[in-house]
Design a protein around this ligand. Structure first.
Ligand code: GTP
Ligand code: MG
Length: 194
């Protein structure tokens, strides 16, 4: 999709703040610092619109981006960030879980993993969680620009095995080069009908 209009509608921490209406929604989840905000920026074709940082834990609220008045992307705070207190982590966990399990207009989730390594236990747990709730999920391996192309197939087979999925459920991606952007959009279009 060619994106011209984007608006950060709201940064929410509770359901009463979620936008009304019934536009389809795609959530972006993954470990802290994996590149969710960077993927968002690439998909909407705006560098720096969603705030990114090499300090993990940048995104702390559910950020609803309205795209072309037809779909929402929800940039979700990353899990597995050790440097915040246990209490804080529990609060984030509850906020994310509440969103994923109650949001009626959620059409699918993009689960980002670091393409340079095997998925973490957190990643696999998140995927199992989404599967349990029957939420269509695409696994996106990002930062692929940091891995030589000769290793891409190996990475793919590690992901297939770790998540127990077929290649159809996985995309390789780089926010740096834009590799995979179209293919991620296609999946989103397929799930949301936009
Ligand atoms: P939190 O908001 O903390 O959960 O992080 P996030 O998942 O939103 O990550 P963010 O997009 O802020 O990216 C984290 C760091 O990784 C930044 O320094 C990005 O520039 C970098 N990064 C993200 N995607 C890529 C990529 O595809 N390639 C490379 N080389 N760097 C990337
Ligand atoms: Mg972020």
């Amino acid at each position: 999709m060619k994106v011209n209009n984007v608006n950060l509608e709201i940064s929410a921490v509770a359901p009463k703040q979620y936008p009304g209406g019934n536009l389809p929604e795609i959530g972006l989840v993954g470990r802290s610092n994996v590149g969710k905000s960077s993927l968002t920026n690439k998909l909407i074709n705006r560098n720096g619109y969603a705030r990114t940082s090499n300090r993990p834990g940048k995104t702390q609220t559910l950020n609803f981006y309205k795209i072309e008045d037809s779909i929402y992307f929800v940039d979700i705070p990353g899990y597995g960030y050790a440097r915040v207190s246990k209490k804080e982590r529990e609060k984030w966990g509850m906020m994310i879980e509440e969103y994923l399990t109650t949001r009626k207009s959620l059409s699918g989730v993009v689960l980002l993993v670091d393409g340079r390594r095997a998925p973490s236990d957190d990643d696999v747990q998140m995927f199992e969680f989404l599967r349990y709730y029957n939420i269509p999920t695409l696994i996106v391996a990002t930062k692929m620009d940091k891995t030589s192309k000769t290793k891409w197939n190996k990475e793919l087979s590690i992901l297939k095995k770790s998540f127990n999925v077929s290649e159809d459920d996985i995309r390789l991606f780089s926010a740096q080069t834009g590799y995979g952007t179209e293919s991620v959009w296609q999946w989103i279009g397929d799930k949301t009908g936009v």
